[in-house]
Ligand binder design. Structure first.
Ligand SMILES: [Zn+2]
Ligand SMILES: [Zn+2]
Length: 316
C-alpha cells in the first residue's frame, strides 16, 4: 500500500509499504482523509524518535472487522492502552504506562491507504459531519481537554498564544465558555479569521505584562512557554498545549515567586468533539489551507511546515 513513513532515511513516500495484518479485536480501516498536525512536523525533526507511518488525525471507513462496524465511517482514538497497568485500571487509558500512540509512538499511523486499529478505539462519524470535518475530531478533542484540566470561569481573562492549527480550535472552544478571550496573532489572515468568529485578535506588543488569569500556549514551540509566563498574572494558570523537540528557555523562578499554576493537557473526549461538529459549534472549513493526494505527501508536509499554514489535508 501507499504510505508516508519516517524511516532511518527521514520522511519517505513508499508505494510498497506492507499492508497491516489484522489482529484479534481490530478493524481494518480504509483511510479516506487525514490531516497534518504540528506534532507530525516535530516527529520529522526527531521528536520521540518515531519510526513508521505518520498521521493521527483521520477519517476512515471500516472495510474488515466485526459485522456491526463494517462499512461505518469512523474516527479513531490515538492512545492504544494495555488495559492492565495501574493507570488503565484507574480509568485513565490515555495515560497508560505502556501505551502506543497511533502515528506517534510505536504504532503506524494514518498517512497510508490502510490502518488497523482496535475496535474499542473507534467512534462513528454522524451523517451530518463530513470527512473533512471529522479529520479535526482528534485535535478538537485535545482543545476540549483544556476544559477538563482547568476550571475556566466566565469571569476569566484568557490570552491564547499561537493562532495556528490547534490554537484556532482552542480559541473557538474557549469562546464558548463566555470568558473574555484575546488571541495573539502575527498575521492579518489570522486576525481576519478570528474576527469572523467574534474573537478579539491582539498583537503581543500591545498586551500588558502579567495581567491574564489564564494563558494558553498553543505555539507548538519551545519559546511559547516564556511568552506565556510574561503574560500570566500572579496565581494565574498557564495551560500548555504544545509538544515539541527541545526544552523551553524560561524563568521558572517566576513560577515559584508568583505562585503560577502550570497545567498540561493532551488528548480529550472524541464524543464532545463529534457533538460540537454535529451541532455546528466549530468552524473547521475555514481552517483547511490546502489538500494534496497521498502520493504528493512529501510536498504536503513541506507546505504544512511553512509558518502560518493552517490545516493541510491528505486525500487517499
Ligand atoms: Zn495532532
Ligand atoms: Zn495501561
Amino acid at each position: 500500500m501507499r504510505a508516508l513513513a519516517l524511516t532511518d532515511n527521514g520522511l519517505t513516500y513508499l508505494s510498497d509499504y506492507p499492508t497491516p495484518t489484522l489482529q484479534s479485536g481490530q478493524a481494518r480501516l480504509k483511510i479516506r482523509r487525514a490531516g497534518i498536525c504540528n506534532t507530525d512536523l516535530e516527529l520529522v525533526k526527531g521528536y520521540l524518535g518515531f519510526r513508521g507511518v505518520l498521521g493521527h488525525e483521520f477519517a476512515a471507513e471500516v472495510i474488515e472487522g466485526a459485522s456491526d462496524w463494517l462499512g461505518a465511517r469512523v474516527v479513531g482514538e490515538i492512545n492504544v492502552s494495555c488495559g492492565t497497568c495501574d493507570l488503565c485500571l484507574e480509568g485513565i487509558p490515555s495515560q497508560c504506562r505502556h501505551r502506543l500512540s497511533v502515528g506517534i509512538r510505536q504504532h503506524d499511523g494514518a498517512f497510508a491507504d490502510q490502518l488497523t486499529l482496535h475496535q474499542s478505539l473507534l467512534h462513528r462519524i454522524p451523517d451530518a459531519v463530513t470527512d473533512d470535518q471529522a479529520v479535526f475530531v482528534e485535535p478538537l478533542a485535545a482543545a476540549y481537554q483544556i476544559l477538563e484540566a482547568v476550571h475556566i470561569s466566565p469571569r476569566d481573562e484568557i490570552i491564547l498564544i499561537g493562532a495556528g492549527k490547534l490554537g484556532m480550535l482552542c480559541a473557538q472552544v474557549l469562546k464558548l465558555t463566555g470568558a473574555s478571550l484575546k488571541v495573539v496573532t502575527r498575521r492579518d489572515s489570522q486576525a481576519k479569521l478570528l474576527d469572523k468568529w467574534g474573537i478579539e485578535a491582539v498583537k503581543m506588543a500591545d498586551l500588558p505584562a502579567s495581567r491574564a488569569n489564564v494563558v494558553v500556549d498553543c505555539t507548538g514551540s519551545a519559546e511559547g512557554f516564556s511568552s506565556a509566563l510574561g503574560l500570566i498574572r500572579p496565581r494565574g494558570t498557564v495551560v500548555l498545549k504544545s509538544t515539541y523537540l527541545g526544552l523551553p528557555p524560561a524563568d521558572l523562578t517566576r513560577v515559584v515567586v508568583d505562585e503560577i499554576k502550570l497545567i498540561g493537557s493532551r488528548c480529550g473526549s472524541f464524543e464532545a468533539a463529534l457533538r460540537a461538529l454535529e451541532q455546528g459549534l466549530i468552524d473547521t472549513a475555514s481552517l483547511v489551507e490546502q489538500r494534496y493526494s497521498l502520493s504528493d505527501g512529501l510536498e504536503a508536509m513541506q507546505a504544512a511546515a511553512q509558518p502560518g499554514t493552517l490545516k493541510i489535508l491528505l486525500e487517499m
